[in-house]
Design a protein around this ligand. Sequence first.
Ligand code: SF4
Ligand code: SF4
Length: 137
Amino acid sequence: MESVRFQCQPGCTRCCDVEGYVYLSEQDLKRAARHVKMSAAAFEARYVYRTRHLLRFRKPRGRQCHFLVDGGCALHPDKPTQCRLFPFWPELLESRRAWEATASRCPGIGQGPLVQIGTAHETAAEMKRAYPSMYEE
Ligand code: SF4
Ligand code: SF4
């Protein structure tokens, strides 16, 4: 791929409802806690599951994300890195097949301005910095 197009579509929340986990960096945790006016410790105790190398949101029963509310993300603009950068994730940009499979679920892919692939990869590099254990070689 030499370039891609993407523009998130107003009113869409499809990627928030995909089966999977929302991971956070330590910085994401602090930002999200501040957004809802909680201490990081209280926010973590209530919403976050911490493993040795990763933090992720706990899932509410029957839903993918506690913060998906009518009208969108209750944490916007302080949502976790993976949410903020989607679909500019290394694993999607490095595989045309993965990008096209994601495009079938994300109506924003193929819309909006052209983004040169180098620029898209620069954006995606933030994923590697935020979640180093997920991208270890
Ligand atoms: S699925 Fe695509 S268009 Fe819809 S909210 Fe997610 S990024 Fe935006
Ligand atoms: S944190 Fe916000 S953007 Fe991320 S999955 Fe939950 S509702 Fe969607």
